[in-house]
Ligand binder design. Structure first.
Ligand SMILES: NC(=O)C1=CN([C@@H]2O[C@H](COP(=O)(O)OP(=O)(O)OC[C@H]3O[C@@H](n4cnc5c(N)ncnc54)[C@H](OP(=O)(O)O)[C@@H]3O)[C@@H](O)[C@H]2O)C=CC1
Ligand SMILES: CC(C)(CO)C(=O)C(=O)O
Length: 297
């Protein structure tokens, strides 16, 4: 199976480099002709990616489409690619926050849809260079297609395992996404609003607010997905803040570079689900309005 990656952003180019390193057949598609990207991997390996394709191309049943995009970019990208998909081409969404699968559903995509959540990390240090900044587990799962066999699961897992180390199958992919959202919903807006690295949240000054946010988020996740206690969530948030203490979160970087943030797909999604369940989430609502005020989104 051949991997077709949409975009050569931070994670897209990291996966492309890992694919070239392990000789996985791979093509990258960008919106416009751009420079060839040099990717510096942790093992001290540097890979310059071949020139990307600027036009979408018809896919066959041996092609897998991977969209490692910001959650708000997914609807437009899926719409662009929909006419090029073979009925059997698996489509893999990789993003933080929620709403990717909903975008595919809204467009009536009939192909098997998979989602990946990852702890791998990368940063575009310039328009020509990506640097790997983190290693970690990735989880993949398929969204249910009632009555459909799982014919693609093995081949998709095999293909992506060759370019995403520590990739594991998750039978309930929505749960994996909720777990990541819970952490991003606290770390990302707080670091962006306070202009701090993730480790800055370990200061006692943020303790009360983190506890309040964790309480709201745990309540929504318990109502929508799976049981999660506020104290369990708080422990996970502190563990991630410690493990990524020197990182600037992706939302911090988006705000710093005046790019649209993923707040709508993270806290915005959580608020929408809370409303459906009749749960009040004032601390999350305040974060969304503060991020909007900061970015004029
Ligand atoms: N970077 C990281 O370490 C991690 C990121 N994630 C998540 O992964 C997702 C991707 O993140 P990241 O790689 O950092 O984001 P980037 O913004 O670096 O990458 C997205 C890229 O896709 C391009 N793009 C958007 N739409 C299209 C399209 N239709 N066709 C071709 N190219 C397109 C963008 O181009 P343009 O610049 O022109 O918009 C951009 O280059 C996000 O949800 C993020 O939260 C998760 C874990 C870690
Ligand atoms: C885990 C964390 C918070 C690391 O910075 C992240 O996923 C992000 O910045 O979006």
């Amino acid at each position: 199976m051949r991997l077709n990656i949409v975009g050569q952003g931070a994670i897209g180019s990291l996966i492309a480099a890992q694919a070239y390193h392990t000789s996985v057949p791979c093509r990258v598609f960008t919106r416009a002709n751009g420079p060839r990207i040099k990717v510096s991997l942790f093992q001290g390996i540097s890979i310059t990616l071949p020139e990307a394709f600027a036009e979408s191309a018809k896919l066959t049943q041996n092609d897998c489409l991977l969209l490692p995009l910001k959650v708000h970019q997914l609807h437009a990208a899926l719409k662009q690619w929909q006419p090029f998909l073979h009925p059997d081409s698996p489509v893999v969404l990789l993003h933080n926050g929620m709403g990717g699968y909903e975008a595919a559903q809204e467009l009536g995509i009939v192909q098997p849809i998979y989602s990946v959540t990852t702890r791998q990390a990368a940063m575009k240090v310039s328009s020509r260079e990506t640097r790997q900044t983190g290693m970690g587990e990735s989880l993949i799962g398929r969204w249910a297609r009632p009555g459909e066999p799982d014919a693609h699961d093995k081949s998709v897992l095999k293909l992506l395992s060759a370019c995403l180390p520590e990739l594991h199958w998750h039978p309930q992919v929505a749960q994996a996404f909720w777990n990541k959202l819970a952490i991003n919903a606290v770390i990302n807006p707080l670091t962006a609003l306070n202009d701090i690295q993730n480790g800055g949240l370990l200061s006692p000054a943020y303790q009360q607010l983190i506890a309040r946010l964790s309480g709201e988020i745990a309540q929504v996740i318990s109502a929508c997905s799976h049981p999660l206690s506020a104290s369990e969530l708080q422990a996970q948030i502190y563990q991630v803040a410690r493990a990524t203490a020197d990182n600037y979160s992706s939302m911090h970087q988006d705000v710093a570079h005046q790019r649209p943030t993923e707040i709508a797909g993270i806290n915005g999604y959580l608020i929408a689900q809370a409303k459906k369940k009749g749960i009040d989430v004032p601390a999350n609502a305040l974060l969304v309005s503060q991020i909007h005020a900061l970015t004029q989104q």
